[in-house]
Design a protein around this ligand. Sequence first.
Ligand code: AMP
Ligand code: MG
Length: 485
Amino acid sequence: MDFLKLKNSFSSLPNDFFSFVSPQKLENPHLVCFSEKCADLIEMESSNFSLQECIDVFSGNTVLPSSLPLAAVYSGHQFGHWAGQLGDGRALLLGEVVSKNGIWELQLKGAGSTPYSRRGDGRAVLRSSIREFLCSEAMAGLNIPTTRALCITASKDSVYRETIETASVVTRMAPSFIRFGSFEHWYYGENLDHLKTLADYVILNFYPELKENENPYKALLSSVVKKTAELIAQWQSVGFMHGVMNTDNMSILGLTLDYGPFGFMEAFNQGQICNHSDDQGRYSYVNQPHIGHWNCRALAQSLLPLIGEVEEVQAVLAEYLPTFRSKYDELIHQKLGLFTKYPEDSKLIDTLFSIMQQSRVDFTLFFRRLSNLEIENFESNKTIRDLFIDRVAFDDWSVQYRKRLILENSEDLARKIAMNKVNPKYILRNYLAQIAIEKAQNDDFSEVNKLFKILESPFDEQPENESYAKLPPDWAEGLEVSCSS
Ligand code: AMP
Ligand code: MG
């Protein structure tokens, strides 16, 4: 049992911040998959995953001697409305590993009920655990800040959702799982002492450079606003849709957090909603940047008593949009292989998204194929052109794009190499996840493991996995992702 030694910093916070909870056992747990990269981050030998005692720890059947499992309390705004107290209803913090790669909290998601479970059972189903595992590691592969996933363990124990499914546990890792909603909890609970304690804890542990600042709480808000704006710019740049950007799912470290009904853009549609419970499209692709701002405002409101002046808070919030725009602009230029910036570029970019929308062009395939374009050989655009229903619209755009490339003396090979470093070939398409899930539900975990490996290196060509980079098959069209998880 000494393959991991944990510390328990979070539990040094006042008792009101959490409840100590023992995980509930699963019958005969087994391993579904694990990430070697995550094991490396916490300096844990991957060979441990062949030991039953390791499976027992990550399924919650055994508690490590150094662990003090706890569920944290938080609140939040859900779909724009104050939801009051929420908290870790099915997640348990085991403690943190201090490694040469930093401090990593380990959390079991799906290890049973807690005082914050409300009407939930505290469990997670295999389907949703696989989606979270694959997407966390896919996002890491895309170099987008995210919580990580160390492993999935599972059992035949029944879990009741729309149908009867089986239980599983994802072990997540992050420096911290503290959310915007953790601050809202104390602000709306009118406990300013705890609010300050939380802010001081976050600054001390995760933003130590802000400690000496004249107004550290303002500096904290400013850092979080910046990280959030940049994170969402990165989501937009790969077509990632979170689906449930409630303030309780917003990380204080600017990480992508809580994978539920997320999706990656395939046929381009600005208004796409990936969460079927989101009738109004509050969290649609095009709305994500705006909601990021809304959420930062909710955080700002909660930090106001510590910061002092409304004007100071407003000044910080005003940084959100320019930060988002500048990061997004930078990323889109990279995606287009443009090394310089001109004011007229915005027209080229707007026209592109408008014709992609009209032709419902596959987001990932388009940008990946665009790197094949050769300035002196326009025939090279054929596979790109084929993605458009309105080919004339594409032809018109590509003439403008070519002119723009010539304007900066773009060189085909250098541009292609640069573009392929930012435009992934492989993303977690819903149908790919679905195939892996269905196999896993029949006790075959080979596809989860294969897909996971592919997504760890999304920018590599991987010619042997070409079929994973194709357009989704027709049957994928009607695929609905259940929101119950
Ligand atoms: P989410 O939007 O999925 O991140 O979850 C919102 C809240 O519901 C959080 O407090 C979760 O812990 C809680 N929750 C979600 N599913 C369950 C479940 N099966 N059992 C207990 N609590 C849950
Ligand atoms: Mg959540």
